[in-house]
Design a protein around this ligand. Structure first.
Ligand code: SUA
Ligand code: ZN
Length: 244
């Protein structure tokens, strides 16, 4: 099955069993500093829609948390379901959220490029934020308004002056564990930082995600939904929490 890699011992996503997570008092608060002018464009890559950033400088970085040094923001994207009962990649006590945001960062201190970092155990750091159904999210709406322009696979539009920290809950609590990318190349290079608190988005905003297509213009349309990987075995891993 192409979705499992042979010999994988730290694959993602996983179920986070709250009572099995271990509070680590040595975990630092995560420091997030993004520069909205590094935002480049939105594109539909046929898996999700991604907002990509200029990662040629240290203008948009995260530091602290479980991380040994700072990591540069490369892109963020989402995973979602056809209906609100599922869609997230990670689950909490076996509960799915309707969608999950991933902010992807790479270790530019130790490695010369993302492509190199993606092959290293400490190469990447991804912040996961759950989306739950509730009030309309004003920050997300600027993204939602741009989606019709990237409806088909391999379409891209310019998108600037967006600060993705508006999509991250102010509550500092998170879980962290050693995992992998959840789409090819599935490499075991990700320090996952999963925020405990979800953000709220409304039904229309989730529906807007579901209007996107896996398919290119001219192909038979296939709606971009259920673009989440199945849960992977925890194996010999502990999920740590930054909170008691
Ligand atoms: N869903 S996920 O956050 O685990 C995630 C993040 C990034 C990627 N892959 C990226 S950003 O690839 C960029 C192109 C590339 C370069 C070298 S290998 C892939 C895949 C999955
Ligand atoms: Zn993802």
């Amino acid at each position: 099955c192409p979705l499992t890699i042979p010999g994988g011992t730290r694959q993602s996503p996983i179920n986070i069993q709250w009572r099995d997570s271990v509070y680590d008092p040595f975990l630092k608060p995560l420091k997030i500093s993004y520069d909205p002018t590094t935002c480049l464009h939105i594109w539909n890559n046929g898996y999700s829609f991604l907002v990509e950033f200029d990662d040629s400088t240290d203008k948009s970085i995260i530091v602290g948390g479980p991380l040994e040094n700072q990591y540069r923001l490369k892109q963020f994207h989402f995973h979602w379901g056809a209906i609100n009962d599922w869609g997230s990649e990670h689950t909490v006590d076996s509960k799915f959220y309707p969608a999950e945001l991933h902010l992807v960062h790479w270790n530019a201190v130790d490695y010369p490029s993302f492509e190199d970092a993606v092959m290293e155990g400490n190469g990447l750091a991804v912040i996961g934020v759950f989306l739950k159904l509730g009030a309309r999210h004003e920050g997300l709406q600027t993204l939602v308004d741009a989606l019709p322009a990237v409806r088909h696979k391999d379409t891209v539009i310019e998108f600037d002056e967006f600060d993705p920290s508006c999509l991250i809950p102010s509550c500092p609590d998170y879980w962290t564990y050693a995992g992998s990318l959840t789409t090819p190349p599935l490499t075991e290079s990700v320090t996952w930082i999963i925020k405990k608190k979800p953000i709220e988005v409304d039904e229309d905003q989730l529906e807007a995600f579901r209007t996107l297509l896996f398919t290119s213009d001219g192909e038979e349309e296939r709606r971009m939904v259920d673009n989440f990987r199945p849960l992977q075995p925890l194996m010999n891993r502990t999920v740590r929490s930054s909170f008691q």
